[in-house]
Design a protein. Sequence first.
Length: 387
Amino acid sequence: MQDSAPRIFVNDTTLRDGEQAPGVAFSHDEKMAVARALDAAGIDEIEAGTPAMGPDEIDTIAAIANADLSCAVMAWCRALETDVDAAIATGVQRVNISVPASRIQMQVKLNAGPTEAAERLRRIVSYARDRDLEVAVGCEDSSRATPDDLALLARAAQDSGAFRIRYADTLGVLEPFGAFEAIRRLTDATDLAVEFHGHDDLGLATANTLAALRGGARHASVTVLGLGERAGNAPLEEIAVAAAQTGQFASRINIADLNDLAALVADCAGRPIGEAKAIVGRDIFSHESGVHVSGLLKDVHAYQALDPMALGRRHAIVIGKHSGLAALRAVCSDLGLDPESEAMALAEVRALAQRSKRAVPVDHARRIASAFQEIVSARRADFRVWP
Ligand SMILES: [Zn+2]
């Protein structure tokens, strides 16, 4: 990481936006466990839930707020006094107050235009500030708002005492160059800290978030594994590792904790992690291709960009259709195979991988190799070790 890399602040909304993913419902205990794990991983701020959902949600947010975490805990509110009152009942010090920013959402949700929306925002932020809450303002559907409307809302937020404005790409319509320009415009229009909240409908949430940070946002709103509405949000693990790996941004995130954190959230959400999921997928440090394995065995940096050790993991060699002799030699070196049995064993594991359409477990590959060693030694033919 560069010394001069700007510090970014990470807001994790797994417990609020993440839980809005279809079919996901965390229990009280699961929310507590995730909150503690997020805190331990170095998250700056947790969006813990929506108090207006009722007494159970208020109790859970209150328990998180009282759990002695070192991160900030915030509650999510609409621009309604009743929502702010419900947040106060949780004991949190900080709220995110959401206001629609696009004309269509202003019309549908507030039956109002931009002037009235800004006035309403001014009133509700003042209401919360008068009750000693720290207020961040979330501008919903910012990416479909006009720059003038967004600037108007930012002014209302700033004048009434908010500390931050969230640019929400609520429908995931942005691309990275657009995100960069939009955030540049917004940071020019306000003195408030700017946060970016991206959705992944086009598969661009991570790219858009990084572009927004390049454009001047210093806060990133993320969820573990990108859990969230529709295609989900920007994944915490991707943003944190990309920030560190590119050296462009400094954060407090403990990269080594991300794997366990992802496993916990996947378990609580009932959504298994894809094998090839960036950063935390099971197979992302497994190598089968003969060319890659041969290169890795000579010099690991030949095919390593991301260091698995940073994530508490290691490279793994798997034996399959694309394996070469170097891999089999590495796996079976303890067997002391001669060249003839090596070649036969390799042919067998390749054929097996082709038939089963998956990699051959290393132990099975060893058994095959060992069996061929015996075949060669005994000069027997027509031997199969696999069912
Ligand atoms: Zn969202």
